[in-house]
Design a binder for this molecule. Structure first.
Ligand SMILES: [Zn+2]
Length: 432
C-alpha cells in the first residue's frame, strides 16, 4: 500500500493512518489520505501493478488497502462507458458518453466507496459502524457490511420512498427510520452517536475512506478512453463525494505523469435545494444551507447543507473551470426519458447529469466537438415510482390475431418496411 497518512484540509495537521477515522481531532476539519506518489509512479512505470480483476481493484495501488486478502468485493467498478446515439446528436454534441454506474452491484455508484471503506474496516478489525442514507448509501453500506459481519445500523430518512425501504429490508440489516429536515441535524446526530457508541461512521467525507473509491472514476475513464481524459465530466452531487473523488483521481493521474490536464468538471444539484450552485454563482468559497431537500424527485442528491459547507466541491470547480448547475424536476424527467432512449434506466438523481447538459450546451460552456462524459449514478429500478408514467399502462389490449397486430405495426413502422418477404433485412448489405 502507498497511503502514508491523513492530512487535515483546514489546519494541515498530519495523522497516522488509523489514528482517527472521523473529523480532525485538532480542529474538526475534513481529513484526506496522502500517498507516496513517487513510489506509485515507479511501480506503474515498471508495469508491476497489483491489479485485481476488472473492478475498482484494478487500481489497487491508489487505494488505501494493504493486503489483497482484505478486499471485500461484489464486483464494483468497471462500468460501461456508453456512447450516446440519440441525446448527443439532439443537443449537437458529437462525442457524448454515459458512464453507466446503474450497473453497480447495488445499483448505484456508492458501491465504489463502500467496497473500499468496508475493506478498510476489515483490514483494521472494525467491529461496529453505521451511516445515514438518502437511499443509495444505505443499500450499499448494508450489502458490504453484511460481507464482513459488521455490527451496525442504517439511519433512513423518513421522507424516502417505500421502494427504498423494501430494498433496504431485503438486505437484512438493521434499519432505523429517522425524521429530519435539514442535513445539519443528521450530521450532528451522527457525530454525537459516534462519540457515544465508540463506533465508526461511514458518512462521506467525515469518513475519509469512502471517496477514495470514487477516484476510480478518473482511472476507469482514462482506461475507457485509451489513455486519455475527457474534456468535460458532469456529475450529480449531494455531499459531493463522487465528484470530489473523481477530481482527486484526475489530479493523481496528472501527478503520476499519465496526463497533463484536468477535465472541466461540472456538478449538478436539484433546483429545490442548490446550496453549492448559489455559492458558486455568488463567488463564495463555502455555501450556506439552501432550500428544501424534500421538494424534489431527485432525493438522492438533495442536500441543503453539504458536509464541510461544500468547500471541497467549490475548490474543485474553480480548479477545473467547471460550473455548478441547478436542474428542476421537469428537466430531470426529460433526462430520464432521454436516457431511456439510450437503453439506460436512471433514477432521477442519476439522470441529473444529462438534465444539466441542456444548460451547459445552451450557455456555450460545452462546445459541440468536446468529449463529454455524463456520470449516471443510480438505477431507475431502485425507485420505480419516480419513473415518468408510461402510456403503456393506459393501452387498450387488442385481440391476439395476426390482422390486429399487423394493422398496428403498419401504423407505426415506416412505409418501406411494412411488408417485405422473409427477414426484414437489407439483402445488398447483410448485417448492416
Ligand atoms: Zn485540523
Amino acid at each position: 500500500m502507498h497511503a502514508i497518512g491523513l492530512r487535515c484540509d483546514d489546519c494541515g495537521k498530519d495523522f497516522e493512518l488509523f489514528a482517527t477515522v472521523g473529523r480532525c481531532p485538532a480542529c474538526g476539519g475534513l481529513l484526506e489520505f496522502e500517498y507516496d506518489y513517487e513510489a506509485i509512479a515507479r511501480r506503474f512505470s515498471r508495469g508491476s501493478r497489483s491489479s485485481v480483476g476488472g473492478t475498482i481493484w484494478r487500481w489497487m495501488e491508489v487505494l488505501p488497502i494493504r493486503r489483497r486478502e482484505s478486499i471485500v468485493t461484489l464486483g464494483e467498478g468497471g462500468s460501461p462507458l456508453v456512447p450516446s446515439l440519440y441525446v448527443g446528436p439532439k443537443l449537437g454534441l458529437t462525442q457524448l458518453y454515459f458512464k453507466n454506474d446503474t450497473m453497480m452491484p447495488t445499483g448505484s455508484f456508492k458501491d465504489r466507496g463502500f467496497a473500499v471503506a468496508m475493506s478498510w474496516a476489515k483490514e483494521w478489525g472494525v467491529k461496529r459502524g453505521f451511516t445515514y442514507t438518502s437511499g443509495n448509501a444505505g443499500h450499499s453500506f448494508a450489502a458490504y457490511a453484511r460481507r464482513i459481519g459488521l455490527q451496525g445500523a442504517v439511519l433512513m430518512n423518513s421522507h424516502l420512498d417505500a421502494d427504498r425501504y423494501d430494498l433496504q429490508a431485503v438486505l437484512g440489516y438493521p434499519i432505523i427510520k429517522v425524521e429530519y429536515d435539514s442535513f445539519a441535524e443528521i450530521d450532528d446526530l451522527m457525530s454525537q452517536l459516534t462519540a457515544e457508541l465508540g463506533s465508526m461512521q461511514f458518512v462521506n467525507f467525515i469518513n475519509p475512506v469512502r471517496h477514495e473509491g470514487m477516484k476510480t472514476y478518473a482511472y476507469e475513464l482514462f482506461d475507457d478512453l485509451d489513455g486519455s481524459i475527457p474534456d468535460h465530466v458532469v456529475q450529480p452531487m449531494g455531499t459531493g463525494g463522487g465528484y470530489w473523488g473523481a477530481y482527486k483521481g484526475f489530479t493523481e493521474l496528472r501527478r503520476l505523469g499519465l496526463t497533463d490536464e484536468l477535465p472541466c468538471m461540472h456538478v449538478v444539484q436539484p433546483a429545490a435545494t442548490p446550496p453549492v450552485v448559489r455559492a458558486f454563482e455568488t463567488g463564495l468559497d463555502q455555501c450556506v444551507p439552501t432550500g428544501d431537500a424534500s421538494a424534489t424527485i431527485a432525493r438522492s442528491i438533495a442536500s441543503d447543507d453539504p458536509i464541510g459547507k461544500g468547500r471541497r466541491v467549490l475548490r474543485a470547480l474553480k480548479a477545473t473551470g467547471g460550473r455548478a448547475i441547478a436542474v428542476d424536476d421537469d428537466e430531470i424527467k426529460w433526462a430520464m426519458i432521454a436516457l431511456g432512449s439510450e437503453g439506460i434506466w436512471a433514477e432521477p438523481a442519476g439522470a441529473a447529469s444529462v438534465a444539466a447538459l441542456l444548460q451547459l450546451v445552451a450557455s456555450g460552456a460545452i462546445n459541440p466537438n468536446s468529449r463529454v462524459v455524463c456520470v449516471i449514478t443510480g438505477s431507475g429500478l431502485k425507485e420505480v415510482a419516480s419513473l415518468p408514467r408510461a402510456d403503456a399502462r393506459a393501452m387498450v389490449p387488442i385481440p391476439s390475431t395476426v390482422n390486429a397486430v399487423t394493422s398496428v405495426l403498419r401504423s407505426i413502422w415506416p412505409a418501406d418496411a411494412s411488408a417485405p418477404s422473409g427477414w426484414a433485412c437489407d439483402s445488398e448489405n447483410p448485417g448492416a
